[in-house]
Design a binder for this molecule. Sequence first.
Ligand code: NAP
Length: 251
Amino acid sequence: MSAAQKVLLVTGGSRGIGAAICRLGLEAGYRVAVNYASNKAAADALVAEIKDGGGEAVAVRGDVGKETDIVAMFGAVDRAFGRLDAFVNNAGIVDVKARVDEMDVARLERMMRINVVGSFLCAREAVKRMSTRHGGSGGAIVNISSAAATLGSPGEYVDYAASKGAIDTFTIGLAREVALEGIRVNAVRPGIIDTDIHASGGQPDRIERFRDLLPMKRAGTADEVAGAVLYLLSDAASYTTGAILNVSGGR
Ligand code: NAP
C-alpha cells in the first residue's frame, strides 16, 4: 500500500451501514479506519476481512458520545495512516419507542450527545485535518441523517428524528462554512434499512411492521446506502456540497 493512498474513517464502521461503507471504501481504494464503541470482536472481524481482501485497515475504539474518545480516535488514525481524506459521521443510536410526554432528560441528553454533539465534534476533528485553512489538502465528509428527519417519527422516537433534523441543518451550514477550504460536506438520509439498529431499539419486528407502508414494499440494504455515501465522497461529486440525498425507497 502506498502512503499516498487515501484514508477513510467511518464512525460506527464495524456493523450495519457503517460496515457496508467500509467494505465499499476498500473497493474504492481507500485505507480504512473502522470505529466501534464496544463490540471489538465485530470490528476486528471486519478489519481481518478487509486485510484478507488485500486492503489496509485498523479498528479504532471510541464512543462518539465522549469528547476524549473522539480526540483519541482521530489521534489513532493519524498514527496509523498519517492522513485523512474522507470521513463519515455514521455512528448513531435510537432509543426504545416512546411518546414525547414519556421522555426523561437522561434519554434526551444521551440522544443529542451521541447523534448531534458527537457528529459536531467528529467533524471538528476532521476539518482540522482536511481544511486548507489548517494546512490540510482537502477532503470530503458525509453525515448519515435519516428519513425520520422529515417524517418526525411520531409515537416512536421524535427525539431521534429531531437529532437527524439537526444533522441536516449541520450539513448545510458546515458545507458552506468550509466550501473554500477544499472540503465538501453532504448527507444521506436512509429510510428503513435492514440492520441491527431496530432490535437495539427494542423493535426487532420493525421492518415487518412497516413493510406495507414502504413504496417499494421492502427495506433497503446497508449496501444500497453505502453506494450513495461512496458516490458523495468521490470526485464524481466534485460540485456537490450541502446536498442531502434520500436513500429511502421513495418513502
Ligand atoms: P447499527 O446496525 O446499530 O450499527 C451501529 C454501529 O454504530 C456499530 O458499529 C456500533 O458499534 C456503532 N456505535 C453505536 N453507538 C456508538 C457510539 N456511541 N460511538 C461510536 N460508535 C457507536 O446501526 P445502523 O442501522 O447501521 O445505523 C447507522 C446510521 O444510520 C445511524 O446514524 C442511524 O441513525 C442511521 N440510520 C439507520 C437507519 C436504519 O433503518 N438502519 C435508517 C436511517 C438512518 P458497536 O458494535 O461497538 O456497538
